[in-house]
Every structure is written in C-alpha cells, then in structure tokens.
Design a protein around this ligand. Structure first.
Ligand code: FDA
Length: 395
C-alpha cells in the first residue's frame, strides 16, 4: 500500500488541474487514469485545437439543478487564470468568436502543459491503471483506498474527476456516479447534451437529401434561444445552434427556428413584393437562404407563386413559417457523439467552495461528473479548471 495526501480518479481536464493545484501546495498527489494516456477529450476537443476557455464565462452559461453552485468556483478561477498558464507555456491562441479561445496550433499543447505542470508539482500519474475497488476506513485510519491493477494506494482525500458518459470510446464511464452512490450521494438523471438531434419518418423525409446544407438561424426551445449555424445531417440536425439548444430540449418539447435571424420576416417579404413582384417566392428566398433549402421550403411548407400574387394574410402566414419554423425531433444521437453529460452528482450535497462531499469528509467531486454543464464554446473546460482548482486548494 503506497500512501499519498490525495488520490485523484481521472486524468482529464478537471483531475489534472486539481493535481497541479494540490501538488503546488506541497501535497503528495496520485492521479489514476484508466486510459493509456491522460486528457484524451482535451486532445479531440475544438476540432483538435481545444477551445480551452471562454472569456465571457459567467454562471449564467451553465445548467444545473442548483444554478448558484458554480458561482464560487468560477469566481475564484477565471478564464484569465488559465490564460496566464497558457501564456507562460508560450502556447499561441486566438479568439475564434464569442469569446471562445482556441490554440493556434494543437490541443496537444494543452495536454503537454498540464502534464509538465504536474511533473513540476511532483504529481505522480498512473495511466492504464484500472480501479478494482474503492474502500474507506477499513483500519483505524480514516483513509480512502484505491485497489488497482497497479497496486493499492491510500490517502485521506479522494477526488473523483472521472467525467461524464459522453464518448465511451474515449474512456468515458459511469464510474463517478457509481462511486457517488457507494458513498450515499444522490445522482440526478443523466442525459446527453451538446448533441445532434435526430429526425425520423415524415419529419425527416423533406430533409433527407439536404445533408450538408447549413444556414444561420435562431433556435428556440423552452424559453432559451441561440443564434448560430444550423446544419442538416444524414440523421437529423446539428450545427452550433442545435448543439446549444439540445441541452435545453427533451423529447416532445417544442423546437422552433427563426430562418431569418435578426430580420422581421414579414417586413422582408413585403419589401421583396415591392421590389421584385414577378419573382417567385422560392427565388427571393433562394437569395437569402441556401437555394436547395429555399426550394424545399416551397415544396413542403410554403406556396410557391410570384410575389405579387400573395395578399396580406398570406404574406403573414409565410412570415410565420419562416420566423417560427417548427421542427419535430425524435431524439438525440446520444452519448456516442454528445460533447457533455447533463445531470450527475447532486450539487446540493457538495460544498460550492471546495467541492467536498457534505456526506463523506475527504471525498470530492469535480468537473463533468457533477451536475454542472456548460454551453458550447469553452465553458465546460472552464468549469473543469475552476472546480479542479477549488478542490485542489482544499484537499
Ligand atoms: P474528462 O472526460 O475530461 O476526464 C475524465 C477522465 O477520467 C478521462 O481521462 C477518463 O478516461 C478517466 N476515467 C473515467 N473513468 C475512470 C475510471 N474508472 N478509472 C480511472 N479513470 C477514469 N469543452 C470545452 O470547453 N471546449 C471544447 O472545445 C470541447 N470540445 C469537446 C469535444 C468533444 C468531442 C467532446 C466529447 C467534449 C468536448 N468538450 C469541450 C467537453 C469537455 O471535453 C469536457 O467537459 C471536459 O473534458 C470535462 O472534464 P473532466 O475532467 O470532468 O472529464
């Protein structure tokens, strides 16, 4: 049995940041990672360039049954704390859009930076190390014990940073949720978030041959809206606007698109009627929307005639369809392609300043395993860093 001050399960974003923070404080830290390398999700993130933070991150960008929970950790570790480390390591980055910071070169630089920081803080990292059993307080000492394929380790604190269920092929497991239950924690229902939606049957048919068509929209669901690109896929719909809204959508919920975001559809139609009375609706729409999409709209949902032939009420009906286009999604693509897992370890049972369990002293949960889920755009890594920092300063 090797003894440490802190054991961390999961060498992903949250686990590594926590290890660095605790290691810098002189703690003897062990990170146990079951995959053959750390940070696989970081490597695949942001299309290989890792959208490592968002400079506009605030608690309003996160979903949780306890919306106040993330405030303390986010306030104490801001995007600028992480940017300071990125700059110290000479990693070039840029803002893509909407405050999203990406590496100029490669996500590998972020993983290397985190592992270099771990070594500088004397953190031990064990990869390809599977946990067989977790126990606590078996002897007179109040220690956690990890029994693994690489030996047994003990420490007075255990940090669970094993992530969510998305992308099982990258090492995602339900381990953190099982461990939470083992120690008496409630786990809120989980579901895939930031995920493409599927269409089926008569709701998919009109889009079947439009795979690859993309256009800017405002997607609305359950009182939330996101303006960004919408993409038709082989199985349904995706693109940033749909990925964002997917976290707010559940089967049966009403999902609407404004196909002319930022414009009043009725005013636009009236203008086109005045300017181009002989042009057909599909032609004028084809000048502002992808042509194949405009044509399909006029085959399935809208009457196609020269603009001068529409009367006032008809124009209003067309404007209604364009500005409030109803989509009936059948489901999501699930964890196979989801960027995140919604739900998880109930934040009400954790300290918001340290991430420590209120039920089991010495036990901490950080990152995606907790019921805190960010929007698309660097917010999820910012939560991983911030919650990792909070626990790393407390263990
Ligand atoms: P994370 O999943 O990073 O790490 C958990 C670690 O625990 C993994 O290394 C896993 O192998 C390990 N583990 C699991 N079970 C274990 C066990 N039983 N024993 C030992 N180890 C175990 N976010 C963002 O902000 N910007 C972006 O650009 C992207 N892009 C992106 C792309 C794709 C394709 C995905 C799937 C996700 C993103 N994300 C993202 C989301 C982001 O990757 C995610 O929110 C964080 O990685 C979560 O960090 P964690 O450390 O909590 O989990």
């Amino acid at each position: 049995m090797s003894h440490f001050d802190t054991l961390i399960v999961g060498g992903g974003a949250a686990g590594l940041l926590c290890a660095i923070t605790a290691g810098r404080r002189g703690k003897r830290v062990l990170v146990v990672e079951h995959a053959n390398r750390c940070g696989k999700k970081i490597l695949m993130s942001g299309g290989g360039r890792c959208n490592f933070t968002n400079i506009h991150a605030t608690p309003a960008n996160y979903l949780s049954a306890n919306p106040h929970f993330c405030k303390s950790a986010l306030a104490r570790y801001t995007p600028y704390h992480f940017i300071e480390m990125v700059e110290r390591h000479g990693i070039a980055y840029h803002e893509k859009e909407l405050g999203q910071l990406f590496c100029d070169d490669s996500s590998k630089q972020i993983v290397k930076m985190l592992l270099d920081e771990c070594s500088a803080a004397s953190v031990r990292v064990e990869t390809s190390c599977s946990i067989e059993r977790v126990s606590h307080g078996e002897s007179d000492e109040d220690r956690f014990r990890l029994h693994t394929t690489r030996g047994s380790f003990s420490a007075p604190s255990l940090v669970v940073a094993s992530g969510g269920l998305s992308i099982p092929s990258m090492g995602a497991t339900g381990f953190g949720y099982e461990l939470a239950r083992q120690f008496g924690h409630a786990v809120l229902p989980t579901r895939a978030g930031l995920v493409p939606l599927t269409l089926s049957g008569k709701h998919q048919e009109p889009f079947a041959d439009l795979s690859g068509v993309a256009l800017p929209v405002t997607a609305r669901c359950n009182g939330t809206s996101f303006s960004n690109y919408f993409l038709i896929t082989h199985r349904g719909i995706s693109g940033p606007s749909i990925l964002q809204i997917s976290s707010f959508w559940q089967p049966g919920d009403d999902l609407r698109l404004d196909l002319l975001p930022g414009r009043d559809a009725l005013e636009a139609l009236q203008q086109w009627q005045r300017d181009r009375p002989a042009a057909e609706l599909k032609t004028v729409l084809g000048d502002v929307l992808p042509k194949r999409f405009a044509q399909r709209l006029c085959e399935h949902w809208l009457p196609n005639r020269p603009m001068k032939q529409f009367n006032g009420p008809q124009l209003r009906e067309i404007a209604q369809v364009i500005g409030d286009f109803a989509l009936v999604a059948s489901g999501t693509e699930g964890y196979r392609t989801a960027e995140v897992t919604l739900g998880g370890v109930d934040a009400d049972e954790l300290s918001s300043s340290t991430m420590q369990s209120k039920r089991m002293p010495g036990l901490y949960f950080i990152g995606e395993v907790v019921d805190v889920t960010g929007w698309l755009g660097g917010y999820n890594f910012q939560w991983a860093w911030a919650s990792g920092n909070a626990a790393g300063n407390a263990v």
